[in-house]
Design a protein around this ligand. Structure first.
Ligand SMILES: C[S@@+](CC[C@H](N)C(=O)[O-])C[C@H]1O[C@@H](n2cnc3c(N)ncnc32)[C@H](O)[C@@H]1O
Length: 524
């Protein structure tokens, strides 16, 4: 097998230099240290630590997490998110209690994917048939059938087991190394769905509103780089780019770390509350007066992967079992709507908007989607994606869900909500009326259940913007007939423009001190 120190598949998305590498270059999820025994074998530094993700340390002793939560069961039975009656629900719960298999995506062109696959198969997979862990044979890593080009692979084993098993040490090192090099991206399978449905093209301007730690941003960057080959056989650089934003500056560091692996010039990061994401203004000139105007920038694609209660990640975050409660979803609902509305304001008319959570809860999912369609009935529609990703089994969005308070006291209708509860249970959390059901097509939303594809849980809704939403569109309409000045669109700095003889001066005098000409921020 290949030694980890020397990546067999060294390549990058582009040779363009990127941000300075100030970090250690390891995977965003740091790997447990190994120690070398006298005979040369590497074993985990802490051999007492169990290999199951469901264990935790208390008073210096490892204990098993109890994967039970009566309220979780009660709520989701009432929501009817799982088809197939009791049997279906039991399969759902059994799957939720099992460890999540690890997956990764190969980065690069089809040819590069092919050559990576060849190395993976010849150097690792062919030798794995003989490996046993705790006396049991291990599954064979296999490509995920519903993602094209055999680009995504399911290792079939949980991440922690791969990391802690001496038998898989070389394979683990290979995976970590290739991830660090940017040749693969380790990412949970369901988390790959929103960027796939975002349909990013190399010339698109994309906003990733809640981007950290950056798994989906990485995928967007990869899509931007799916450009045609140039004459010298290398792929052209994309003309589009992604703005990857997150409110949490520590998580922004993880985001930068994740992105820099890919060495792409097509990404910038920002650190704003997405619900107040500033309007970025492009300089244009009034053709009549030559006065500078400022034209608000809008995006071709917006990904809105909002903060959520995260119960779809229970398989890999079992600590959530003991903490789960419905109050978390109630607390996040308003923020989720506010972030989504800002994203829709910043989206071009005709552009695509993907809303996603790793939660099952309809209050964070269909209720948010319904509220957006309520606020913008003529400006927004849900896209039917049933033909996309054939083979990916999904549950349609709910059109009805229970109304209840934080303690799971259920109410028949909105009218039954006690006055004291109305400060928590907002109208927007209630299911739609029959007329709204008719026009909203909430069944076009996608819910991924863990037992169907042996994955985590996820929720995705794909929107198309049909008409103006908010002040950004109103301002943009004012600039509709103002052509952008050609020089300013070059992106060159003043010195370079001067050398090229293109620096524009106001009529009748010296320019004086100049203000920033490119991408000035204009909070609205
Ligand atoms: C579900 S995670 C995003 C995962 C990310 N898209 C990925 O694929 O790696 C949600 C993120 O939202 C961020 N967040 C929370 N509130 C936010 C806000 N008001 N504005 C922007 N980001 C926010 C959190 O810091 C967190 O990183």
């Amino acid at each position: 097998m290949t030694s980890a120190g020397d990546s067999p598949t060294k390549r990058k998305l582009s040779e363009t230099p990127t941000m300075a590498d100030g970090t250690d270059g390891s995977s965003p999820e740091p790997d447990t240290k190994k120690v070398q025994l006298e005979d040369g074998t590497a074993v985990p530094a802490n051999p007492e630590k169990p290999v199951h993700a469901h264990d935790y340390k208390q008073n210096g002793k490892w204990k098993e997490i109890t994967k039970e939560n009566a309220n979780f069961e009660k709520f989701y039975r009432a929501c009817n998110i799982v088809p197939g009656g009791d049997e279906g629900f039991t399969q759902f719960m059994d799957s939720m209690r099992s460890d999540l298999p690890s997956t990764f995506r190969i980065v690069g062109s089809k040819a590069e994917v092919k050559s990576f696959r060849a190395i993976l198969e010849s150097q690792f997979i062919s030798k794995m048939a003989d490996i046993q862990i705790e006396g049991k044979p291990i599954p064979k890593p296999s490509p995920v059938s519903w993602i094209p080009d055999q680009r995504v692979w399911n290792i079939g084993l949980p991440r922690l087991l791969i990391r802690k098993s001496p038998e898989l040490d070389a394979f683990h090192k290979f995976i970590v190394q290739e991830n660090t090099e940017g040749n693969i991206t380790r990412q949970e399978l369901v988390s790959m769905i929103p960027p796939l449905l975002l349909d990013v093209q190399p010339d698109h301007l994309v906003l990733d509103m809640c981007a950290a730690p950056g798994s989906k941003t990485a995928q967007i960057i990869e899509a931007l780089h799916e450009t045609p080959l140039m004459e010298d056989g290398t792929p052209a650089l994309p003309t589009g780019m992604v703005v990857a934003n997150d409110v949490d500056h520590r998580r922004c560091q993880m985001l930068v770390h994740q992105i820099k692996r890919l060495q792409s010039p097509a990404c910038v990061t920002s650190n704003y509350d997405a619900s107040l994401f500033p309007t970025i203004s492009l300089p244009v000139e009034d053709p009549a007066t030559q006065h500078p105007l400022s034209n608000p920038l809008q995006f071709d694609r917006v990904l809105c992967d909002v903060p959520c209660s995260g119960d779809g990640t229970l398989r890999k975050n079992p600590a959530i079992w003991s903490k789960w409660n419905h109050a978390n979803a109630i607390a996040l609902h308003n923020l989720q709507i506010r972030i989504a509305v800002r994203g829709l304001e910043l989206l071009k008319i005709g552009g695509r908007f993907v809303y996603s959570t790793c939660s099952f809860n309809p209050i964070e999912n269909e209720a948010v989607v319904a509220e957006l369609l309520r606020q913008f009935p003529n400006e927004l529609r849900l896209v039917d994606t049933s033909d996309a990703l054939p083979g990916m089994s999904r549950q349609p969005g709910l059109t009805q869900w229970p109304i209840c308070n934080r303690n799971l006291d259920f109410y028949q209708s909105k009218a039954d909500i006690p006055a004291a509860e109305t400060q928590h249970i907002k109208d927007s959390m209630c299911p739609p009326t029959p007329e709204e059901v008719e026009r909203m097509h909430l069944d076009r939303c996608i819910r991924i259940l863990p037992h169907v594809l042996d994955t985590g849980g996820f929720f995705i809704a794909v929107f198309e913007k049909l008409g103006p939403i908010g002040s950004v569109d109103a301002r943009r309409a004012a600039y509709a007939n103002v052509p952008p000045p050609a020089d300013d669109a070059t992106g060159l700095d003043d010195e370079t423009l001067k050398v090229l003889g293109k620096l524009r001066r106001p009529k009748g005098g010296d320019a004086g001190p100049r203000k920033s000409r490119f991408y000035t921020e204009d909070p609205t």
